[in-house]
Design a protein around this ligand. Sequence first.
Ligand code: B12
Ligand code: SF4
Length: 465
Amino acid sequence: MSLCDVIIASLPYVETQEPMMAPGLLKGVVHKANLSCRALDLNIEILHKINQYPGDSQTKVRRWFMYEENQSCPDTTAIITTLVEYAGIRIKEHAASWICLSLFCNTAKKFNILLCKWLRKNAPSSKIIIGGNAVFSNEQSQRPYARMLQRARLIDYFVVGDGEEPLYNILTGSVSGANIEDFQILNDLSIQPFGDYDDYNWQLYDRPRIPMYASRGCVRQCTFCDVHKLWKKFKLRNSDQVFEEMLYQINRTGITEFFFRDSLINGSISEFKKLMGLIADYNKSAKTPIKWSSFFIFRPQKQMPEQDWELAAQGGAGNLIIGVESLVDNIRYHMKKKFTNKDIDFGIEMAHKYNVNLVLLLIVGYVNETEADFQASLDWLEEHKQFAGKPIINISVGGTLTVTDLTDLYQNAQDFDIVLGDKIHLWENKKINLDYETRERRKEQFISRAIELGYPIVYDEKPVS
Ligand code: B12
Ligand code: SF4
């Protein structure tokens, strides 16, 4: 074990078999600051630790992270204490001057507080920086999380939003972009260093895939989403540079599969086609062709005709994860998704023909979903059952719609005929009798019908808090 200047670690809990991107990506930034660094994906390490406990304990621990449950259950508390200690020791053993903790989403917040307390006691001379999406404090969380930790002297710095520039600034002596609540945005994606995932233990993942990105932000402005409120502009990386980084990562790791973390890999059709052309050329003669997966959006046939699908397949398109969100045109239109059922049909036909897998993300019980609309969704499942398994390898319904505070739905609730509740999932549309119970009932019904028809499906039992 070697010592280093900076350690960056992802914290649990993210239910994923994929590596967390931030530690490896930010390691490149630390190197740019001429400091040595280790990047640990503690999320996957701790997921494996949790899996070693008996089933009942695992469930309790999972619920401790995801929901406000089992907070004072002695067994769960004992396991969490062991996990905090494990994380603390993994970090402390590198004796770094700087400890960077990455909190991917809100489900890392409680664990982070316990870990910071441990680190303050056991590694008192290290400076602690936190970053990641959970650090962005919103109106609903009511407490400025990072500020609170800073006041309690549990952390030294926090970064909200894109971390590359603020982290570099902190490490090189200025604090520009740190310790402020405003969401930081990277101005120029093309001058950022490549990620460095050398410290990741690839054996811990079911299927090793290198994290990659080609853009930040999104080209859509869906009513229920806040991505466009945070990244006010859609920003692209040059395709040549993305491809160059892919080759660089292949050379370093020998892994030829990638998972893009973009909101949409085909946000810009022209850059997407350029990237696919580069990979397709490479794949023609490669011993192991490149494959990639990503979030993706269906587009009308005239925007993305058959030859583009063929090129995407040659360019290594593996799993496309698509926020279809509703199977009914007028609901999807209301969400501002900007594609129709006809476009979905075309996309499915193309994916089927060119052997590309589709994962469809769906929201059951959107704000204007009537009982008739819900029935139409069930009909859609029936009418498309021949695609269950191929190309639709999964349908994901999450845990019914939550309304969070940066979204249009929240900010203009009245215009959308909804009344907000005291929890993100407890909103109601009284005009069409759409309350939480109705949505949950529809979700259950939808899941059962999908299973009956042979669709592989994943869902959360309730919305993640
Ligand atoms: C890919 C993705 C997933 C994947 C993650 C796979 C994986 N292994 O990484 C999956 C599908 C598993 C997932 C799940 C969920 N996700 Co998600 N996901 C994303 C997405 C699209 C990209 C995330 C990403 O990897 N970005 C690239 C990396 C590099 O970014 P990053 O980790 O944020 O790091 C950057 C900064 O945050 C910062 N940073 C990070 N760490 C640190 C540390 C320090 C010290 C510093 C200085 C900076 C810093 O610098 C980095 C580089 O700029 C984002 C939306 C988006 N477009 O960003 C949502 C997003 C992160 N997800 C979100 C949510 C809510 C979820 C779920 C809770 C959804 C749900 N209801 O179930 C679940 C998690 C449930 C759980 N706990 O298991 C929210 C988080 C909001 C919040 N404040 O919590 C986001 C922002 C989407 C949104 N707006 O709603 N997600
Ligand atoms: S839901 Fe997806 S497509 Fe819509 S704005 Fe958010 S990231 Fe973009």
